[in-house]
Design a protein around this ligand. Structure first.
Ligand code: GLN
Length: 278
């Protein structure tokens, strides 16, 4: 089979599961023949050998099953870096870059802050902040050792010597320490949300958070005052329809200066609040 025919067939097969079926097909075929996409476009008439065809068929089937491209290729771009991902970690989402943006607008360039990232997963947020603020020390916490193995690989790959990882539940592994800033992209999807089915290949523990999707945010709002300096900022990502609930939850816990920020799609996505000063 010729390269252009293989791409056309694969594009058709992937159009039911992907919003970018042709791009996916080209990336997957490129990997199967170990050549960049540009090669495919320059050599449409090349014939695929049997070994390549069976490699291509194998990854196509996984993609048809709904496996995210990032798990097949093992990488995802976030904050202009390539991050390793695995099924133990959520695939970093573009809207989460907002959280990095907000953190960086808070941290002066020459600051030597301690920054905490709760539920760090692949470490995308922690490593991105660490790269931009080399004088700060970022601590990423996650309950999954498998996720932390990926996060450590990402820290090494991006030479972020200023990020460390701790395994445990939310603030448990950092009790007794004090941070200048806390960021988190916790699970926040409602247990009965139909969207979860489409995310079946990603770790459900990183997505679902109880009947109202706020279980993790409740713990964070309750526990973070103990590990944050007075006046320090907490910034949490949440669902586009959770801004009001997150605000009242934070205010009822004594957080002040509660502000919600929209993502690039214009949806309320990150709420920040300050630990009241004492
Ligand atoms: N934004 C993700 C989604 O919809 C959810 C991420 C999360 O729960 N932290 O799919």
């Amino acid at each position: 089979m010729r390269i252009d025919v293989a791409i056309a067939h694969a594009t058709e097969r992937l159009s039911a599961v992907s919003e970018s079926p042709r791009l996916d097909a080209e990336i997957l075929l490129g990997r199967s023949i170990d050549m960049p996409r540009s090669y495919l476009l320059a050599h449409p008439e090349d014939e695929l050998d049997d070994a390549t065809r069976s490699r291509f068929e194998e990854v196509l089937k996984r993609r048809e099953d709904g496996v995210p491209m990032a798990y097949i290729t093992g990488i995802r771009e976030f904050w202009s870096h390539e991050f390793a991902v695995s099924p133990a970690t959520l695939v970093p989402r573009p809207e989460t870059e907002m959280l990095v943006d907000l953190a960086l607008s808070e941290i002066p360039r020459d600051a030597t802050w301690q920054v905490l990232d709760l539920g760090t997963g692949s470490g995308a947020i922690a490593v991105s902040i660490a790269c931009e603020r080399p004088l700060c020390e970022i601590t990423g916490v996650d309950i999954s050792e498998d996720a932390l193995a990926v996060a450590r690989e990402n820290a090494r790959a991006h030479a972020s010597g200023n990020v460390i990882f701790e395994c445990g539940s939310w603030t448990a592994p950092v009790r007794g320490r004090t941070f200048d800033l806390v960021v988190s992209n916790p699970p926040y999807v409602r247990n009965d949300d139909e969207a979860l089915a489409a995310l079946e290949h990603e770790p459900q523990s990183a997505l679902a958070a109880g009947d109202d999707g706020l279980d993790a945010i409740r713990v964070i709002a309750a526990d973070c005052p103990d590990v944050l300096v007075a006046g320090g900022l907490l910034a949490i990502e949440h669902g586009f329809d959770q801004a009001d609930e997150v605000r009242s939850l934070l205010e009822s816990r004594g957080w002040t200066d509660v502000r919600c920020h929209n993502d690039l799609a214009g949806l309320p996505r990150v709420t920040a609040a300050r630990r009241s000063g004492k």
